[in-house]
Design a protein around this ligand. Structure first.
Ligand code: MEV
Length: 318
């Protein structure tokens, strides 16, 4: 039996613009997905437990599906099993990340599965190979759209600046509060919507992308200098630009206003593709608890996260 775990992520700045090669800044968080593989003769069985779901299991050999929600994680795990031509196996997923919430749950399932299978079958893949294979597989399941941000953060951890290439960047941890809207979102359709807007109104959308890229660059020294007041201001600007691109929602905006109003946050923005999913807030002088209360009162599900956490790792034999 072999277990690997990989972290989820938040995008601090630059979602959507990164798809067009503009700089984004993301951090791995202290919520992880664990994937355990073990030999199971004559069968391929996938079992999973999620933060927001009942556990479910799927017997790929018989096609028996115990929950409709199983389909999501199963698509990614099946792609990994096909890549390595693995049969006779049981794969157990134990994730503390909500699905389809913009926190990179699919990427960390893929990365942890690739790492677990690599170790279980003695393939000795390097981190670079794990990141490349995982990105290719995630992209295939998502039909071609998307940046390598999620799979790279799940693999390497820490903070990454992504534009044409992926650059690890050494920054101190940040304590943030995530507000989950409980509305699932569809990354592919949000990305398509923004890319379509860009195609039709390049002269309007490109300057927004460039401004978002500038925010990703300007945030780095602020994080390094612990200048949270200014960092929060930049988050608010980034949220406004994402609203302009049409990827926010009433639920996300309500959580952002609750965070910066009653919650006293220095700043807040949606994170990930938008349309639902999660927002992030940087606690202000009122502290984390006031922020959590404000988000709960605005009908969100708040949880604390720390950024800059460790990437994929083997958990050892259980
Ligand atoms: C999704 O987490 C972030 C997007 O920028 C898409 C991507 O980078 O793949 C919207």
């Amino acid at each position: 039996m072999t277990t690997a775990s990989a972290p989820g992520k938040i995008i601090l700045f630059g979602e959507h613009a990164v798809v067009s090669g503009v700089t984004a800044l993301g951090g791995a968080i202290d919520l992880r997905a664990k994937v355990t593989v073990q030999d199971l003769s004559g069968s391929v069985l996938i079992k999973t437990k999620e933060l927001t779901l009942q556990g479910f299991s799927l017997d790929l050999t018989s096609g028996r599906l115990e929950s409709a929600q199983a389909a999501h994680a199963t698509r990614y795990i099946s792609a990994v099993l096909r890549e390595f031509d693995v049969k006779d196996i049981q794969v157990c997923i134990d994730s503390s990340l909500p699905l389809a919430a913009g926190l990179g749950s699919s990427a960390c399932i893929v990365v942890a599965a690739v790492a677990a299978i690599s170790a279980h079958h003695g393939l000795c893949l390097s981190l670079r190979e794990i990141a490349e294979i995982s990105y290719r597989l995630e992209k295939k399941v998502q039909q071609g759209l998307g940046s390598p941000m999620d799979t790279a953060l799940a693999t390497y951890g820490g903070y990454l600046q992504i534009s044409q290439d992926i650059k690890p960047i050494d920054l101190p941890p940040l304590e943030m509060v995530v507000g989950y809207t409980k509305m699932p979102h569809d990354t592919k359709s949000e990305v398509e919507k923004v890319q379509d807007l860009k195609k039709r109104y390049f002269d309007l959308v490109d300057p927004i992308f460039q401004a978002i890229g500038a925010l990703s660059e300007k945030a780095v020294p602020l994080i390094r200098e612990h200048n949270h007041a200014d960092l929060g201001r930049l988050m608010n600007v980034n949220h406004g630009l994402l609203m302009a691109l049409g990827v926010s929602s009433r639920e996300l905006d309500e959580l952002v206003y609750a965070a910066t109003g009653a919650g006293g946050a220095f700043g807040a923005k949606l994170t990930g593709a938008g349309g639902g999913g999660c927002m992030i807030a940087l606690p202000g002088h009122a502290g984390v608890d006031a922020l959590m209360v404000a988000l709960r009162q605005a009908r969100g599900v708040p949880f604390k996260v720390v950024t800059g956490c460790e990437g994929v790792r083997l958990e050892g034999d259980l």
